[in-house]
Write a protein that binds this ligand. Structure first.
Ligand SMILES: Cc1cc2nc3c(=O)[nH]c(=O)nc-3n(C[C@H](O)[C@H](O)[C@H](O)COP(=O)(O)OP(=O)(O)OC[C@H]3O[C@@H](n4cnc5c(N)ncnc54)[C@H](O)[C@@H]3O)c2cc1C
Length: 475
């Protein structure tokens, strides 16, 4: 007998809509999320210290979602970090999670992993300096805390978050010293054709660009940050033009721009650690953000009882995520024999239509081959364990070609992030030395815990006095 019919990991746009859909058929649902409130990245809730704030389309949608969840009898445990997923002897899924400093377990017949994405940053020298944050991380600062990263900020990288981040900083009263975009104006013009699928969002983007233009913010198209300069804090950056492959063409010429903060990001990677731990098949698709769990339109994986919805099954974007959540819930209800999956063609069509916009924006962030050349030998790749590119190259050149071997040899990926933020960059470096494809390089083995756990939670009320001490052996 399981504790729940369905456990959903992640209460973002996909996970929450899956919960609402599954609740309609009376499924017994537990939804776990490590954030304090439901909404995920795109519909992130404001911190309780913000008494009032101007409404945005995201806050309106997020507030509605949180209220719908409360009125639908869905058990949502917030601040719950899922760290373990395994099948037990009764063929049920057993989920381990940390909540309020205590470890808990719950069993279920089906899981929907809706763990979203994480951002990718290709570092250069100085990227670990205080004042440098991720582009997507900056959106969490605005949305949750109405805070800006500094007084003079540079925004750099690729894709739509670049424009959104610059706009939000200006809206909240900050100053943007420069926008450094890897994408060219032509890249954007091409992407806009597919973005026509959502004219409302395209118009919103045009509004952001108008505000940026009105603030006379310099935009450096087809350019990248080559170095971040500062002793104890970012002081300035050097930038360079890039070629069509995104490789710097500065040839020693430097454009230096002063700043006290930098938001830098190069797209998103699907957050696959949960589905990897559950042993589902994963595939590599650059246009979907890289490695992602393999599913059909209904989020069915190749593991019985394991479903996936949202960006962890490919970066289709925020517009498609609610539909992907609903479709996964329909498949789960069919699996649990609580409902039939009928009349779903319209929902699938809507999901595919909504995905067009997201796919066009994800395409702007597909890394080009020259990008990794801009990362110097002394650049820190693994910030948790302070591992440089040079250390990685020595390890790879001496024969450690698999992600597991590189990890054991350098500790890269053994810190608190568990490799979530560096493994993509390590694989890019590996590719330049080994010439292998990303599919040939593969992924490191995912092991519990999926998130760092305090030793006190693991030891619980352990007391050394409780240790059974065997009687001394007779002499
Ligand atoms: C930092 C960041 C900022 C972003 N900002 C924007 C934006 O401003 N606009 C936009 O259009 N898109 C944004 N995106 C992309 C956006 O996340 C998605 O397109 C959309 O939110 C996808 O919805 P989702 O439900 O798949 O994932 P998410 O909304 O990311 O929800 C996933 C949820 O899973 C939870 N989770 C993951 N792993 C665990 C675990 N082990 N235990 C417990 N909980 C877990 C997370 O806390 C999160 O709440 C951002 C992405 C990132 C990474």
């Amino acid at each position: 007998m399981s504790d729940f019919d369905l456990i959903i990991i992640g209460a973002g746009a996909a996970g929450s809509h899956a919960a609402l859909e599954a609740a309609k058929a009376g499924a017994k649902i537990l939804m776990l999320d490590e954030q304090a409130e439901a909404g995920g990245q795109v519909w992130r809730a404001k911190s309780p210290s913000i008494i009032s704030a101007p409404k945005t389309p995201e806050t309106i949608a997020g507030d509605k979602l949180r209220s719908d969840l409360k009125s639908n009898n869905i058990l949502h445990i917030a601040n719950a970090r899922v760290w373990q997923i395994e099948k037990n002897n009764d063929d049920l899924w057993n989920i381990g999670y940390l909540n309020n400093g205590q470890l808990h377990n719950a069993t279920c017949k089906a899981i929907i992993a809706a763990t979203g994405a994480q951002e990718r940053v290709i570092p250069v020298v100085g990227a670990q300096l205080p004042g440098v944050i991720g582009l997507a991380a900056a959106t969490a600062l605005f949305k949750q805390h109405l805070t800006i990263p500094g007084k003079q900020t540079i925004v750099a990288g690729c894709g739509p978050l670049l424009i959104f981040t610059a706009y939000e900083i200006l809206r909240l009263g900050g100053k943007i010293t420069a926008i450094v975009s890897l994408n060219s104006k032509t890249d954007w013009a091409k992407a806009s054709i597919n973005m026509m699928a959502r004219p409302d969002l395209l118009l919103r983007g045009a509004g952001w660009l108008a505000k940026i233009a009105a603030a006379r913010t310099p935009i450096y198209w087809q350019s990248t940050i080559t170095e971040i300069i500062g002793d104890t804090h970012i002081d300035s950056v050097n930038i360079s033009r890039v070629d069509a492959n995104w490789s710097s063409v500065s040839q020693g010429r430097k454009t230096n721009i002063k700043a006290d903060s930098l938001c830098m990001g190069h797209g998103l990677n699907p957050a696959i650690e949960a589905t990897k731990l559950a042993d589902a098949t994963h595939i590599y698709t650059p246009e979907l953000g890289g490695w992602h769990v393999k599913t059909d339109d209904f989020g069915r994986t190749d593991k019985v009882g394991l479903f996936a919805a949202g960006d962890n099954a490919g970066i289709y974007g925020a517009g498609a995520a609610p539909y992907r959540g609903k479709l996964a819930a329909i498949a789960v209800l069919q699996f649990l024999k609580l409902a039939n999956a009928e009349n779903t063609d319209r929902l699938v069509a809507r999901m595919k239509s909504a995905a067009k916009f997201g796919l066009a924006t994800t395409k702007l962030t597909v890394l080009r081959a020259g990008m990794i050349k801009n990362t110097q030998q002394t650049a820190i790749i693994c910030r948790c364990e302070t591992v440089s590119r040079q250390q990685l190259e020595i390890e790879i050149s001496s024969g450690a070609l698999s992600p597991n071997a590189i990890k054991s040899g350098t500790r890269c990926g053994m810190g608190p992030c568990g490799g979530r933020y560096c493994s993509d960059v390590v694989a890019l470096i590996n590719q330049t030395i080994s010439g292998k494809t990303r599919q040939q390089i593969g992924l490191a083995t995912h092991r519990p815990p999926l998130r760092p756990l305090p030793i006190s939670a693991i030891a619980q009320n352990f007391d050394y006095d409780d240790l059974p001490i065997p009687a001394p052996a007779p002499l």
